[in-house]
Write a protein that binds this ligand. Structure first.
Ligand SMILES: CC(C)(COP(=O)(O)OP(=O)(O)OC[C@H]1O[C@@H](n2cnc3c(N)ncnc32)[C@H](O)[C@@H]1OP(=O)(O)O)[C@@H](O)C(=O)NCCC(=O)NCCS
Ligand SMILES: [Zn+2]
Length: 286
């Protein structure tokens, strides 16, 4: 039988708090989902729905319309892929299952699109992904203006369609979902923002200001698709297409405060070994 909670008795004179009786025996305490990191109360339907949406975005990316973005790279499955179980993407990648394709796109092809700053729908769809990315990286949400016509008003991103973008955004699409994204800023050599970062210690080499052309603001791949080479493909798309008409060198691209996995990707993609010290250096910008 239900009893009033101790602190709700009328003669106690203390602050009253409402207790919730659950007859189904379930626990209404919030819990944290280890896969997507969201805290939610499984017993509250609206919370549950919210978590489901957030969870899918984190793990599988966002639904993506065929109309959004200009295709800059395409990839298709080789015949060999039939022998490779799709459930083991690392193995598939190692065996060279994914190839660059010059064929026209079909629904089965993976591809990378360049986001046009002036097309609101694709910008807003990219922004949905950026929210997830920034949550995961614990990074500010308001750094989207350089690749789009977005600006921030009262903490909310709005689209105005006027400022000239000083960067670029690319989205990786697989199975009609955006599963990865990279945003890049054009670096002006006069600003002297380039630095070398020592991979082991994350320390910055003092007194040296190398010149880099493109800064990676964010790079992200949804959890279920990591380790398939998508991060590397996004970097290559940026190298070739971020500056229209110019194919950059890998060492023209710099990282900003790489995360742990970002550091590993940087080490694999464009680190250098300092001859004298033998230390691995990563191109960075501040
Ligand atoms: C960093 C990130 C984008 C990498 O994407 P990805 O598609 O898994 O990267 P790739 O498959 O192209 O990795 C290429 C190489 O980088 C290295 N690498 C990348 N992520 C790694 C990880 N988590 N652990 C170890 N090595 C890693 C490996 O050498 C890998 O080659 P291999 O698979 O043959 O070993 C992805 O892990 C991610 O989204 N992380 C969360 C967001 C983030 O931290 N972004 C970086 C901000 S600076
Ligand atoms: Zn979750």
């Amino acid at each position: 039988m239900a009893r009033p909670a101790k602190n709700a008795q009328s003669n106690s004179g203390k602050k009253l708090t409402q207790s919730v009786l659950r007859l189904d025996g379930s626990n209404s305490a919030p819990r944290k989902c280890h896969a997507c990191g969201m805290s939610f109360s499984p017993c509250i339907p609206s919370d549950n729905n919210l978590h489901e949406k957030y969870h899918t975005l984190h793990l599988n990316g966002r639904k993506w319309s065929l109309k959004w973005g200009d295709i800059v790279e395409r990839y298709h499955l080789s015949r060999e892929s039939n022998e490779v179980p799709l459930t083991d993407p690392r193995l598939a990648k190692k065996r060279g299952m994914w190839l660059r394709s010059s064929l026209s796109p079909t629904l089965n092809h993976d591809y990378i699109v360049h986001i046009s700053a002036s097309r609101k729908n694709e910008v807003m769809a990219t922004l949905d992904i950026m929210k997830i990315v920034n949550d995961e990286l614990r990074a500010p949400q308001n750094e989207n203006h350089f690749w789009s016509h977005l600006y921030e008003r009262d903490g909310i991103n709005e689209y105005e369609g006027q400022n000239t973008p000083t960067g670029a955004a690319f989205v990786y699409v697989s199975n009609k979902r955006a599963v990865g994204v990279i945003t890049l800023e054009y670096l002006n050599p006069r600003d002297e923002r380039g630095r070398w970062m020592i991979y082991d210690t994350a320390g910055i080499v003092s007194n040296v200001k190398p010149s880099f052309k493109l800064g990676i603001s964010r790079i992200w791949v949804c959890k279920e698709q990591r380790g398939r080479g998508i991060g590397t493909r996004l970097l290559e798309a940026a190298r070739k297409h971020a500056v229209p008409g110019t194919e950059l060198e890998k060492l023209d691209i710099a990282w900003s405060q790489p995360s742990e996995s970002g550091g590993k990707l940087a080490k694999s993609y464009n680190s250098v070994v300092h001859q004298k010290s033998g230390k691995v250096l990563i191109p960075c910008y501040v």
